[in-house]
Design a protein around this ligand. Structure first.
Ligand code: GDP
Ligand code: MG
Length: 681
């Protein structure tokens, strides 16, 4: 049986088209897991197995494969690279010890390269870089390495050098002389050893003393320490097409990447919801209690709801009882699987470090912790941070009677993808789906059509505006009703105060002497929240304010919950009207990639949409990236505009940046529309 020490988990991350799926294929073929490598262009790879992925020609979801190399199990998670599909890529980071960032030698550093370098560092993962497509024409590897070091720091160090006109690579930790295509093996070796010995004081002292290289054995532990501390990000080279560098990469991953007992321990917390949380480490010991974290959910037409997880502690066995989070009822593990592409392989046990799956468990949720003891109820993994889904589409079923099914299907899709959300706007009767970009939403619509036979009509959604206040104000409201029998009475005095942008909402109970009895405070808060949710001047939720309830009146008989809810709501609305309320609109950061020739038109167009450009840069041959900020409201028809301005050779990505006050002219329009609408009701 394998041990945690012989298991390594690696996420293949990086921009779309870098060759992650091809790399997984090359690794599978080289280790004999498959007879021959498939090809993404022929739609026959292990990782892009989904019909929709084959049609798109790139990955949409993460896929798991594992290989064995010299007795070491290497588990890979192939992730989609286009920023639209960042959800599964980020989720994979919760399940691995190493992020292997794949960079395309032809296009160099791209948007997802930067994001994954940042996110995997924030997660405390060991990072390695592999430059792929070294076989391609017109690549300048020396310049790319220089750019990587410039962008991501001097800790990005050559662990290999390409040799023999990029047909081969030489590993420079074990070799200190020889030929390479650029730089010298001796110099790269020297630089790497210098960096590694820094991790070990006694080694460093000896090295400075006699100038002799430590041997490979002595360098092993400090190398791993440097990797875990982020002091070393090894840079390697491959061509999945010619096979150059594949053996060397396997060897590095099998010997130098952290195993399940090394690496940085996953950040677990224990604590009741809302209470203080205590950080602790899961111990990758097969004999302890079980802790496994669900990093992926699949709604599979045949397998049902599948939860894919990493075991962090203990041993999962078929037939054992497991709890999901703080759920009361245990479920029985009827089948336990490992995944290899689309295949579910039944196993009896899974130990720490292993990635596996259970199927047909309704209670299972994304990000849930599976465990085998009620003592472990309130345990969670440090939450992952996902980009906020900003791109929206209002959807409607084409066929009458499909409405109920629409919500069921949307709910399933929402569970699967942390960056896909469904909003039901209570006022407008509008159902809005939100994702990370046009491509992301289109993929969901296609999935609904093909897998669930649901055809939807789409239209631009309303923009998620917010309201806030710009000064403090006071208000008192008395709710009093006398209708025949018992009356209703409650009076609330409160103050609203502005808070910094992004602070949300704070409720403060400052009532003295029981003028509002403690039992009614939750009712007051409920009323306050109702007012904030419904909005005051534009019908949009109110944010970034503190509401301090400081006084009131009650009646021994007539005071009821309902009276205080109403008084709380009315007093809040009154105070907000006095507090110079304004409307905030979402601003997104945008990156537009297009041919150099279209740049003038595109910047002009962005400016005419109230956007501003913060910079431009080059990306590969003849392509430019424009970065800037723009109000989300201005992007409703941007996809088609971009298409016509670039002849179809442009793409864009948006990411939520912040809320900002709307220009007053536009705000007045919005407020007037709301008034008109309100008066109709
Ligand atoms: N020249 C060359 N092309 C490659 C290599 N590896 C992958 N490709 C091509 O690059 C494209 C994208 O590959 P894919 O594996 O789907 O990239 P992913 O989006 O990162 O998964 C495909 O057309 C591959 O055939 C390589 O080593 N050399
Ligand atoms: Mg792929």
């Amino acid at each position: 049986m394998s041990k945690p020490e012989s298991i390594r988990s690696i996420a293949l991350v990086g921009h779309g088209g870098a060759g992650k799926t091809s790399l997984a294929e090359a690794l599978l073929a080289r280790t004999g897991a498959i007879a021959a490598a498939g090809n993404v262009d022929k739609r026959n790879t292990v990782c892009d197995f989904d019909a929709q992925e084959k049609a798109a020609g790139h990955s949409l979801n993460s896929a798991l494969v594992s290989v064995v190399w010299n007795g070491i199990t290497l588990q890979f998670i192939d992730t989609p690279g286009y920023p639209d599909f960042a959800g599964p890529a980020i989720s994979a980071l919760a399940a691995v010890d190493t992020a292997l960032v794949v960079i395309n030698a032809q296009t160099g550093i791209e948007l997802a390269t930067e994001r994954m370098m940042k996110w995997s560092a924030a997660r405390g993962l060991c990072r390695m870089i592999v430059i792929n497509k070294i076989d391609a024409d017109n690549v300048d590897l020396a310049a790319l390495v220089a750019e990587i070091r410039d962008r991501f720091g001097k800790e990005c160090m050559l662990l290999e050098l390409p040799a023999h006109q990029r047909h081969d690579v030489v590993e420079v930790l074990g070799h200190d002389s020889g030929d390479a295509d650029f730089e010298s093996v001796a110099a790269a070796h020297r630089a790497l050893v210098d960096q590694i010995v820094e991790e070990d004081e006694s080694l460093l002292a000896r090295y400075l003393d006699d100038g002799k290289d430590p041997n490979a054995g002595e360098l092993h532990a400090p190398f791993e320490r440097a990797l875990a501390a982020g002091h070393l990000v090894p840079v390697m080279f491959v061509s999945t097409r010619t096979g150059a560098g594949i053996d060397e990469l396997l060897q590095v991953l099998a010997t130098l990447a952290p195993d399940a007992a090394e690496g940085n321990p996953p950040p677990f917390y224990r604590g009741e919801p809302g209470g203080p949380a205590e950080a602790f480490r899961a111990v990758p010991d097969p004999a302890r209690h079980v802790l496994a974290h669900v990093f992926k959910l699949v709604a599979d037409p045949y397998m049902g709801k599948v939860g894919v997880f990493r075991v962090h502690q203990g041993t999962l066995r078929r037939d054992m009882q497991l709890f999901v989070g703080s759920g009361r009822r245990a479920f029985k593990v009827a089948h336990l699987y490992r995944l290899q592409g689309k295949d579910y392989i039944e196993v009896d046990t899974l130990i720490p470090g292993e990635l596996g799956a259970v199927a047909k468990v309704d209670e299972i949720e994304f990000d849930a912790v599976l465990h085998d003891s009620h003592d472990e109820d309130h345990i969670y993994l440090k939450p992952l941070e996902f980009p906020l889904p900003m791109q929206g589409l209002a959807v409607e079923t084409r066929r009458r009677g499909d409405e109920q099914r629409l919500f069921e299907v949307l709910h399933k899709l929402e569970l699967e993808d942390p960056c896909f959300v469904v909003e039901r706007h209570p006022g407008g009767n509008e159902t809005v789906i939100r994702g990370l970009g046009e491509m992301h939403l289109r993929a969901k619509l296609e999935k609904m059509a093909s897998q669930y036979k649901l055809e939807l009509a789409t239209s631009p959604p309303s923009i998620p505006y917010r309201e806030t206040i710009t000064k403090s104000a006071e208000a008192v409201y008395r709710h009093k009703k006398q209708s025949g029998g018992a009356g209703q009475f409650g009076e609330v005095a409160l103050r609203v105060e502005p808070l910094p942008r992004g602070a949300g909402f704070e409720f403060v109970d400052a009532v003295k002497g029981g003028t509002i009895p403690g039992v009614f405070i939750p009712a007051v808060e409920k009323g306050v929240r109702q007012a904030l949710d419904a909005g005051v001047i534009s019908g949009q939720p109110v944010v970034d304010l503190r509401v301090v309830v400081h006084d009131g009146k009650h009646h021994p008989v007539d005071s009821k919950e309902i009276a205080f809810i109403s008084a709380g709501r009315r007093a809040t609305m009154k105070a907000i009207r006095e507090a110079a309320a304004i409307v905030l609109e979402p601003i997104v950061s945008i990156e537009v990639t297009a041919l150099d020739s279209a740049i003038g038109d595109l910047t002009g167009d962005l400016r005419s949409r109230r956007g501003h450009v913060t910079g431009t840069g080059t990306r590969g041959a003849g392509m430019t990236v424009i970065s800037g900020e723009i109000p989300l409201a201005e992007l409703a028809d941007y996809q088609s505009r971009l298409k016509s301005l670039t002849g179809g050779h442009g793409s864009y990505d948006i990411e939520f940046a912040r809320y900002a006050p709307m220009p007053s002219g536009l705000q007045q329009k919005l407020v007037a529309q709301h008034k008109a609408h309100d008066d109709e009701d």
